[in-house]
Design a binder for this molecule. Structure first.
Ligand code: MEV
Length: 317
């Protein structure tokens, strides 16, 4: 059996994070500039059923998968994939995982590793899983990372296409009529997504009316952004990003560092900016002016000078 490789991209949420957990729509896009990779190869030196994992990002070197706790994301991803393709016990194999997606940066590194793993492992075993099955596995593993995920991260990463996502509804891809450019800047603060999601839940339980109004307002911003993207008027997205950021601040998921980076991006010429993902750390995104391609570089440089750990210039569409 030859080695089998699969990859999956990172992601960013353009609009609608947090409110999406409560049934509002959200827009997300893949970030192919960063990727997770899984390589599965035969291990004729090992007994049947043995899987050895090498994953430098989580300090695993030739580690037996049976030695991992069952709720370890990699152990769960392997178990669900083997079950989906009816391959228990599997032939002996080695699994090597690597990724250029920064960990805990809100770019979907965990979901991308699961998607790459499920694809490579199922293909190696002769039953390549379709996107719908891979997405189910990635959602189950996301629950370990985030408790009550909406499913947007695993969906955009599995399908590797811009999505208009509503929790529990069939996938709708998003047609980008006119491309636009966003600058992604990592605050360098690990994104505590599970904590931010559960804090929003607690706050929403304490003040249901205020939070329902905030979620509904985010939903309106998302609908307006959807119109702008699908009708080819991306310049309308800047003020919508600003509005979405203000709503996220009111939900309590921004922080001084993210607010500072958002302000820096605007001062450097961005047409709008917002935090992206769970907040309290992770990334901001900023919309570069459409008529000045070099502006994205200037915004990225300004964000790095203001302390961003790294920036990515992403062309959407
Ligand atoms: C995290 O990337 C996005 C959140 O909306 C959580 C989720 O949708 O599961 C904060």
């Amino acid at each position: 059996m030859p080695a089998t490789t699969a990859t999956a991209p990172g992601k960013i949420i353009l609009f609608g994070e947090h409110a999406v957990v409560y049934g509002q729509p959200a827009l997300a896009v893949p970030v192919p500039a960063v990727r997770a990779r899984a390589v599965v190869s035969p291990a004729p030196d090992l007994p049947r059923g043995e899987i050895r994992i090498t994953a430098p990002a989580v300090a695993l070197e030739n580690a037996p998968w049976h030695g991992l706790p069952p709720d370890h994301p990699l152990a769960k991803a392997i178990a669900l994939t083997l079950e989906a393709v009816n391959a228990t016990p599997p032939p002996a194999l080695r699994l090597r995982l690597s990724s250029t997606i920064p960990v805990a940066a809100g770019l979907g590194s965990g979901a991308a590793v699961t998607v790459a793993l499920a694809r490579a492992l199922s293909a190696f075993l002769g039953h390549p899983l379709d996107n719908a099955s891979v997405n189910v596995i990635a959602y189950e593993v996301e629950k370990i990372h985030h408790g009550t995920p909406s499913g947007i991260d695993n969906t955009v990463i599995t399908y590797a296409q811009p999505v208009y996502f509503v929790r529990g509804q069939p996938l709708r891809t998003l047609t980008v009529r006119r491309p636009f450019t966003v600058v992604i800047a990592d605050s360098g603060i690990p994104a505590p997504t599970a904590e931010a999601v559960s804090d929003v839940r607690r706050a929403a339980q304490a003040e249901p009316e205020r939070f329902q109004a905030l979620f509904a307002a985010v939903g309106r911003v998302v609908e307006a952004a959807y119109q702008a993207i699908t009708h080819g008027t991306p310049e309308a997205l800047g003020p919508l990003m600003d509005e979405n950021h203000a709503l996220l601040q009111q939900m309590g998921v921004s922080c001084p560092t993210l607010d500072r980076l958002v302000a820096t991006a605007r001062e450097a010429g961005a047409e709008g900016a917002k935090l992206s993902g769970g907040g309290r750390g992770g990334n901001i995104i900023a919309l570069a002016p459409a008529n000045a391609p070099e502006a994205a570089q200037a915004i990225a440089r300004a964000l790095e000078s203001a302390g961003a750990a790294r920036t990515i210039i992403a062309r959407i569409g």
